[in-house]
Design a protein around this ligand. Structure first.
Ligand code: NDP
Length: 303
């Protein structure tokens, strides 16, 4: 048996087409949703992420801009910037790109963003509303996970699901979203006894750990849907190189590195019913839902 591949690029393109259509409708009423991404310091990965988010926003008919602040900017100065954006009527979404330089208190800064403009869904008001199943801005990657399952016709209600990882950004919100859709949800973490046994009971496995290829085919229930959130760069010398497919192994051997998920894709795909690749699975969904959230925020503030 070989699992069906869930194509995150294609499903993200569907979400983006929905956003583009709705932006066109809003534009005819004179509204262009505005997204501002704040980046502090010179983290190279953050620069690429923020640039891509702003570019995609503009492509879909939103107004995507970035505010770049130097690595020495103080907590007070960033608070003042957030206050200014909170008060700016042209701004519907504010995103604070993490990680921040270590002298800054990122939790306090995230808490300062107006919950109505919190398009990452990290503010305690949105977190609480999500737990209660009330309308809110939902974190983007978790929403992307749900959309991948739903677009693939995978029934969530009544199934057993396991989320491996309990971060505020991915694990906990994914678990809440699955629970609201009537799955019986286990949340596993670094102190879960018999992880393999727990994973083997699940019809849906969401891996959000950050440990390359730790969920193997032997742990997966035949026919299960496997959603791999993890993004790990592996290099020559990685101890599971022999478990990689040919293309990835060649990439490591010729280019020195490759991206893999938290799932051992080759062994899992021979057992699972559905599986997401890395890259090209969950990754593209995150940006698509950031822009969908910005559109949602723009509509909600004008409702
Ligand atoms: P965190 O590091 O915040 O959380 C990792 C979680 O995994 C923790 O809850 C930790 O448990 C758990 N964990 C660690 N080791 C084990 C283990 N051996 N067995 C079981 N659980 C374990 O990571 P994030 O949630 O932020 O991200 C997870 C992965 O998803 C990363 O690879 C990240 O790069 C990727 N990611 C991808 C995104 C995308 O767009 N595709 C977006 C966001 C993240 P404990 O709490 O006990 O420490």
């Amino acid at each position: 048996m070989s699992a069906k591949l869930i194509d995150g690029k294609q499903i993200a393109a569907e979400v983006e087409a929905e956003v583009r259509r709705e932006c066109e409708a809003l534009a005819s009423k004179g509204v262009i949703p505005g997204l501002v991404a704040i980046r502090v310091g010179d983290d190279a990965a953050s620069e690429v992420y923020v640039r891509n988010k702003a570019k995609k926003a503009t492509e879909l008919g939103l107004n995507g801009t970035q505010k770049h602040l130097s690595a020495t900017t103080s907590q007070r100065e960033i608070e003042a910037e957030i206050d200014r954006l909170n008060a700016d009527d042209a701004v519907d979404g504010i995103l604070l790109q993490l990680p921040l330089p270590s002298h800054l208190d990122s939790k306090a800064l995230l808490d300062r963003i107006d919950p109505r403009k919190d398009v990452d869904g990290f503010h305690p008001v949105n977190v609480g509303r999500l737990q209660q199943g009330r309308p809110c801005l939902v974190p983007c990657t978790p929403m992307g996970v749900i959309r991948l399952l739903e677009s693939s016709g995978i029934a969530i209600g009544g199934c057993r699901a396991i989320v491996v990882g309990r971060s505020d950004i991915v694990g906990k919100p994914v678990a809440a979203l699955l629970l609201h859709r009537h799955a019986t949800v286990t949340i596993a973490h670094s102190r879960t006894p018999d992880l393999a046994g727990a994973v083997r009971e699940a019809d849906i496995v969401v891996a959000a750990v950050g440990k390359a290829m730790m969920i193997t085919g032997e742990m997966i229930k035949p026919g299960a849907a496997v959603i791999d959130v993890g993004i790990n760069r592996i290099e020559y010398g990685f101890d599971k190189l022999d478990r990689l497919g040919e293309a990835k192994r060649n990439a490591v051997l010729t280019k020195g590195s490759a991206l893999v998920g938290d799932v051992d894709f080759e062994s899992a795909r021979s057992v699972a019913g559905w599986i997401t690749p890395v890259p090209g699975g969950v990754g593209p969904m995150t940006i698509a839902y950031l822009l969908k959230n910005t559109l949602q925020a723009a509509k909600d503030r004008r409702a």
